[in-house]
Design a protein around this ligand. Structure first.
Ligand SMILES: NC(=O)c1ccc[n+]([C@@H]2O[C@H](COP(=O)([O-])OP(=O)(O)OC[C@H]3O[C@@H](n4cnc5c(N)ncnc54)[C@H](O)[C@@H]3O)[C@@H](O)[C@H]2O)c1
Length: 334
């Protein structure tokens, strides 16, 4: 297949549904061979809930990796079960004339992440792009947020970004050291919740903010190995949003369906292609037909006394500086 990703091998985590599925289809349509990863869990990370999810269940167990989804680090790629969401997306890609394989492992385990990279190398002999996308929600107000809801969400989003990134980066570093510096790309998935905060999503907002920090460090550390790392903060109609934000996410009867997940994918495909050369360490908000470069923390008004202040002086200075500073963006849902 021709296209801006012809010849590239792309891994997309959580690609059995929603945004990840749209990304996988879009990469394949641009000529990439795709490894479609999905563990096939429920909206709250509960295992085996493949059907449309209702509201998140109350405190549940942390997402265990079932033995069937875990490969030994040195072992073969973990196949997805024939009825799995990952396999269904592979079927769609193949039906459209593309190339794809499924991977049913848990990307938030070291073994799952390692076998995901191995799946690309085993199937196609190379890896060019990693899209970290998998995740789920356990929304609660902070006073009701159980330790397990915190751990599960931090694990799937933050660790679930770090581990595939680490294994992919180790492969690319080895390639660079062998004189084959890659044109490698990582696209991470943050959220407006991570950029501005979101009421009822303290765990998710913290994890998604962490993904921005991880993106900045990875972009700086991996540039020498030919790897560019960027992040998106998307919005689209998926099972994660279609009930919680029903009015915003609804498809119109006619005209542009702004909240279709496929609207987010073109930017992801471009960031994942060789065409995005020179773009790294950036964060983009994207939904519908809009793409916004997010400009993050940078120094605002500042004052240096050249000596230690008393608390009262510090307060006086802080208030003076705040008077000249831009107001922060509103927290979602506040
Ligand atoms: N939909 C939005 O508007 C929106 C907004 C901001 C951020 N996001 C982010 O986009 C990403 C995709 O979300 P979505 O809306 O498509 O949700 P989704 O629930 O439709 O898809 C997520 C997929 O990830 C899979 N998954 C979960 N845990 C996994 C694991 N440990 N290993 C492998 N796969 C796993 C699930 O089985 C599911 O198919 C998430 O990171 C989400 O936080 C979405």
């Amino acid at each position: 297949m021709s296209g801006i990703c012809a010849g590239r091998v792309v891994v997309v985590t959580g690609a059995g549904r929603g945004l990840g599925r749209a990304h996988a289809l879009a990469f394949a349509a641009e000529g990439a061979r795709v490894v479609v990863n999905d563990l096939g869990v429920g909206l709250d990370g509960a295992p085996g809930a493949d059907g449309p999810a209702g509201p998140a269940t109350p405190v549940g167990p942390a997402t265990p990796a079932s033995p069937a989804t875990l490969a030994s680090p040195a072992g073969p790629a973990t196949p997805a079960s024939p009825a799995s969401p990952a396999e269904a997306v592979v079927d769609e890609i193949r039906a459209a004339g593309g190339e794809a394989v499924a991977h049913g492992g848990d990307i938030a385990t070291d073994a799952g992440a390692e076998s995901l990279v191995a799946a690309a190398l085993d199937a196609y002999g190379r890896l060019d792009t990693l899209v970290n996308n998998a995740g789920f929600l356990r929304d609660r107000m902070l006073v009701n947020l159980a330790e397990d809801d915190w751990d599960a969400v931090m694990r799937v989003h933050l660790k679930g970004h770090f581990l595939p990134l680490r294994h992919a980066a180790a492969h690319w570093r080895a390639e660079a050291k062998a004189g084959r510096t890659p044109v490698a790309r990582i696209v991470n998935t943050s959220s407006g919740a991570g950029l501005l905060g979101s009421v009822g999503q303290g765990n998710y907002s913290a994890a998604k903010a962490g993904i921005i920090g991880l993106t900045l460090v990875a972009a700086a550390e991996l540039a020498r190995y030919g790897v560019q790392v960027n992040a998106i903060a998307p919005a689209a109609r998926t099972r994660m949003t279609e009930h919680a934000f029903a009015a915003t996410m609804a498809a119109p009867d006619t005209g542009f369906d702004a909240m279709a997940p496929g609207n987010v994918s073109p930017l992801v495909v471009w960031l994942g292609s060789a065409a995005s050369a020179g773009v790294t360490g950036r964060v983009f908000e994207t939904e519908g037909g809009r793409i916004t470069v997010m400009e993050g923390w940078r120094p605002g008004p500042t004052a240096d006394k050249g000596a230690r202040r008393t608390p009262a002086e510090a307060g006086e200075t802080a208030l003076k500086l705040l008077a000249g500073a831009a107001a922060p963006g509103a927290v979602y849902g506040a």
